[in-house]
Design a protein around this ligand. Structure first.
Ligand code: GLN
Ligand code: ZN
Length: 756
């Protein structure tokens, strides 16, 4: 059986590309937050950080990792650290030596100043601070952090391979201030990186991991030229560069990457296994190849037999001394370790690998450990045959779907008249996005219930009271379409996942989202199904309290998918459609209970886009179908809403239109309705609720201010198309400002009606 495992291979070198920073018990989070609130001193914070680094290096070493990263650690974000390193932090935060206070002022909003902008790191849920490129930047290199971490590792007897974000990735992830062309900085940026590499060479550092994940994307004009120039210079310094790519294939950038003649290249073979052959064929005779065979983005055990095939092929082509076994990308995107988990079902747990366990996999693969291979084969087989992961009913439902299951009964033009008659709404109907203030009291009750200090009955009673209060408030405010307030929900994905079959939950499976913020994604291990209704009770209770239309509130299939760890043994599309089927039953049940407006939130639709444009169409096709599958089971009279938060719509607008939601709401107050131009240009036919006030701050906009925004929207759209609502849910707001702002919003709608 285990013939693969017995193939005699000399032990290969192993590498890690980055380790989670937070610590097993999120020690860094608490140290940071303690420092920010003044409960801990700077020295205490730095002490915690140093001991976490030391612990993490030691465990990588004892796991058998040869190339151990330093400078992958960060007190907030590695992109910000890189800006500090090369002296390119924005002017508005001052100049000179970066103190801890100044460092955090760039990362976090304060009364005095808005922080740097934050956005998602490629297609992950990690957020980085966006570089701000301008002619002002001094580029005075500061290697303090870089060298400190090297010294710390060496003091532990560890010879590190420091990590740097490469110059092209850094440049392209940033934005030019006031139209400044970032490529103007080419020479300064390259000199700064040269200086850094020279310093590392002086420290007798042999290898440097230089991350250029941007090479896995479609490069803009000028990028290739910049890259060639930069690496022609950087490869002159006497350190070996491991040009590290991940999250997708090198594809059309393969020759660019290889011709840079770095000492080594790392590729992601989990996301794109097929690129191995072409990479092997393209490498120059001395180049080392680092094989990303253990997934750094997901939590499943590695299929050793498949990984071994890649390794064997690479060794046959290059020789063992030119092959390194590694994770696909930094392990930052997976939780720390599995040992702390006591509540996971044993069988599912045996299929999981978090960061620490992934290190063990890398070591076992590199040394072809027979025992580890045998165990792996058994676990893989167990997972493949586990009946608990398969639900035949769901499978056959999916297999027998018809075209008509993905389409509403009639086109929007017919539905809209029926809905108007059914709902009797005025022009410019007013509504909210779903959640109302999750006050300290709400959180207190939830925590008490969760920890067993409050009975289910008492908690229910509290939720009923909160819901009723919310409805009375909305009536008094004068909203047209009400919501129940979402007080029973902890989180917009976890709440649903807890009702669904096919999910499990960790206790400590935290992953850094940004700064000290972590998320704990649910794990989808099996076929998803809905044994019972999830929201009908609360929506129906809310409906019974008022004569106004009540909007039901669900999280969409793609958002549930994107914010979970998804099984990798069936295509993502299938899991998405399984979730969609579960939601379809929920939508139908809500309708049957008399809820005639149902909102299915899809804020993560855009987030799921593949990095390469060539792959967009396939994704958008199944993602849109997932939404349509969820929402097409209802009568024409039932109105389907969706909400997208902030989203750059222009390039995906045809897909947004293809969702065929009767009403879409989104953030648009801060950009002053700018994004509506794209909707108009596209001739978007259905109804739109462009947010008329920014919910991210407690500021209460006046009716005039919202009226002005509404006017802008009415100018661009047809009056009958426009809904009036805030940008997003109100859960982070307080009640007083919420009531005041919504009253102003309703007044703005009334004013607009008078004009039309
Ligand atoms: N219905 C959710 C709410 O109002 C939507 C949240 C979101 O868009 N992220 O909170
Ligand atoms: Zn939103």
């Amino acid at each position: 059986m285990a013939t693969q495992a017995l193939t005699p291979l000399s032990k290969l070198k192993t590498a890690n590309l980055g380790f989670p920073r937070m610590g097993r018990q999120r020690e860094l989070k608490f140290a940071l937050e303690g420092f920010w609130t003044g409960k801990r001193t700077e020295a205490e914070l730095l002490e915690t950080a140093a001991s976490l680094r030391a612990e993490h290096w030691k465990l990588q070493k004892s796991a058998g990792i040869d190339f151990i990263p330093t400078n992958d650690f960060s007190l907030y974000d590695q992109v910000l650290d890189t800006l500090v390193l090369i002296g390119a932090t924005p002017e508005r935060f001052g100049s000179g030596k970066i103190t801890l206070e100044r460092y955090f002022s760039m990362a976090r909003n304060s009364k005095e100043q808005t922080a740097m902008e934050m956005t998602k790191w490629f297609d992950t849920n990690y957020h980085y601070l966006v570089p701000e490129w301008s002619a002002w930047l001094p580029f005075t290199v500061d290697t303090t952090k870089l060298l400190n971490e090297i010294a710390e590792a060496r003091a532990l007897g560890i010879e590190p391979r420091p990590v740097l974000i490469g110059p092209l990735t850094l440049l392209l992830l940033g934005k030019g201030v006031d139209g400044f062309d970032p490529f103007m900085l080419t020479d300064k940026l390259v000199s700064a990186y040269q200086a850094v590499l020279h310093t590392l060479a002086e420290q007798n550092i042999e290898w440097v991991q230089i991350d250029e994940p941007i090479l896995a994307t479609d490069l803009p004009e000028g990028a290739a030229e910049f890259f060639r120039h930069a690496y022609a210079e950087l490869t002159k310094t006497p350190v070996k560069l491991m040009l590290t790519t991940y999250f997708d294939r090198l594809g059309s950038n393969l020759s660019l990457a290889v011709e840079a003649q770095t000492a080594g290249i790392h590729i992601d073979l989990v996301r794109t296994p097929r690129q191995l052959n072409e990479v092997l064929a393209a490498l120059t005779p001395e180049q080392v190849l680092s094989l990303g065979v253990v997934e750094g983005r997901n939590i499943w055990l590695t299929d050793f037999a498949a990984a071994q095939e890649f390794i064997t092929k690479a060794v046959a082509a290059l020789g063992a001394e030119r092959v390194i076994v590694a994770p696909s990308c930094s392990l930052l995107h997976v939780p720390h370790d599995l040992r702390s988990e006591t509540k996971l079902p044993t069988r599912v747990k045996s299929w999981l690998r978090f960061a620490e366990e992934k290190l063990a996999e890398i070591a076992a693969l590199a040394s072809s450990e027979a025992a580890a291979f045998t165990a792996n084969l058994a676990a893989i087989a167990d997972r493949a045959t586990a009946e608990s992961s398969t639900n035949q009913e769901v499978r056959s439902k999916l297999a027998s779907l018809l075209e008509s299951d993905f389409a509403r009964k009639s086109p929007y033009s017919e539905r809209t008249d029926k809905q108007r008659a059914e709902l009797g709404l005025p022009l410019f109907p007013t509504t909210t996005i779903g959640s109302f203030p999750q006050t300290a009291e709400v959180r207190k009750h939830r925590a008490a219930f969760k920890h067993g200090h409050e009975s289910a009955e008492a908690y229910e009673a509290f939720l009923r009271e909160a819901t009723e209060h919310c409805i009375r408030q909305q009536e008094e405010i004068g909203l047209d379409v009400l919501v129940h307030g979402e007080f029973e929900r902890n989180d917009m994905v976890e709440y649903f996942a807890e009702f669904l079959e096919g999910f499990v939950f960790t206790e400590y499976g935290w992953v850094q989202s940004y700064g000290s913020r972590c998320v704990k994604p649910p794990i989808i291990f099996g076929d998803v199904s809905r044994p019972q209704p999830m929201t009908v009770k609360w929506s129906n209770y809310a409906r019974s309290l008022t004569s106004r239309p009540m909007k039901g509130m669900l999280t969409g299939p793609i958002t549930i998918l994107q914010w979970s760890f998804v099984r990798n043994d069936i295509p993502r599309q299938q899991t998405a459609w399984q979730i969609a089927l579960a939601l379809r039953s929920e939508v139908n049940d809500l309708e049957a209970a008399g809820i005639r407006i149902i909102q299915v939130d899809e804020p993560a639709l855009r987030e799921g886009l593949p990095l390469r444009h060539a792959d967009w169409e396939t994704y958008l096709d199944w993602a849109v179908k997932a939404f349509r599958l969820s929402t097409s089971g209802v009568e024409d009279e039932t109105q389907i809403h969706t909400h997208m938060c902030y989203c750059e719509f222009e390039d995906v607008l045809p897909s947004i239109a293809a969702l065929d939601a009767d009403v879409i709401s989104m953030e648009s107050a801060r950009s002053r309705m700018e994004l509506l131009d794209a909707f108009q240009a596209h001739g978007y036919p259905n109804e739109i609720g462009p947010g008329v006030y920014d919910i991210h701050s407690p500021r209460v906009p006046s009716a005039e201010e919202m009226g002005e925004l509404l006017g802008l929207a009415i100018n661009v759209l047809k009056p009958g198309q426009v809904w009036v609502n805030p940008d997003c849910g109100l859960k982070t707001r307080g009640w007083p400002e919420t009531v005041e702002a919504l009253k102003n919003m309703c007044q703005a709608a009334v004013q607009a009606r008078i004009h039309f």
